[in-house]
Design a protein around this ligand. Structure first.
Ligand code: SKM
Length: 162
């Protein structure tokens, strides 16, 4: 069966929803950020600081190439994964893309205590969220299904996807 690929901005719930969805469907769950952290033995923040964003993006690319050959997975992608059109096409080849969304205010509430969000650590966090959301709006529209995670429980969200 095709993979289920969760895309969307940081703080939209991809990891939490993905894990629950995988359990429900009895599928393997892959979180690309966690996978890259495991591979490189560093947190995302450390990779950004020590190796740079370009290195992180190329690790994402390599990982997508591997994942696109597999089936029956639930994949939670990093928030910037879909900025690369090649990634998007590969993930779509054998996957159903599901976009998770939430308002900038809810995203802010969910991510503000998290130190592992290097793109949001400099300057005004709320402003940065709005700016990046605007830049990426179109990329997230590549999904076949879009689910707002702002006002629903995880169970309800999983229900909407299945
Ligand atoms: O993949 C990580 C990393 O912090 C970059 C990112 C982004 O570009 O939105 C989101 C996170 O999931």
């Amino acid at each position: 069966m095709k993979n289920i690929v969760l895309i969307g901005f940081m703080g939209t719930g991809k990891t939490v929803v993905g894990r629950r969805l995988a359990r429900r469907l009895k599928r393997e769950f892959i979180d690309t950020d966690a996978e890259i952290e495991k591979l490189m033995g560093k947190t995302v923040a450390q990779i950004f600081a020590r190796d740079g964003v370009v290195r992180f993006r190329s690790e994402e690319e390599l990982l997508v190439k591997k994942l696109a050959k597999r089936e029956d997975l639930v994949i939670a992608t990093g928030g910037g994964m879909v900025l690369n059109t090649e990634n998007l096409l590969l993930l779509k080849e054998n996957g159903i893309l599901v976009a998770l969304t939430a308002s900038p205010e809810i995203i802010y509430d969910r991510v503000r205590g998290n130190k592992n969000r290097p793109l949001l650590m400099h300057g005004d966090m709320m402003e940065k969220i709005r700016e990046l959301l605007q830049e990426r709006e179109n990329a997230y529209k590549a999904a076949e299904i879009t689910v707002d995670t702002g006002n629903s429980s995880i169970v309800e969200i999983v229900e909407q996807i299945t």
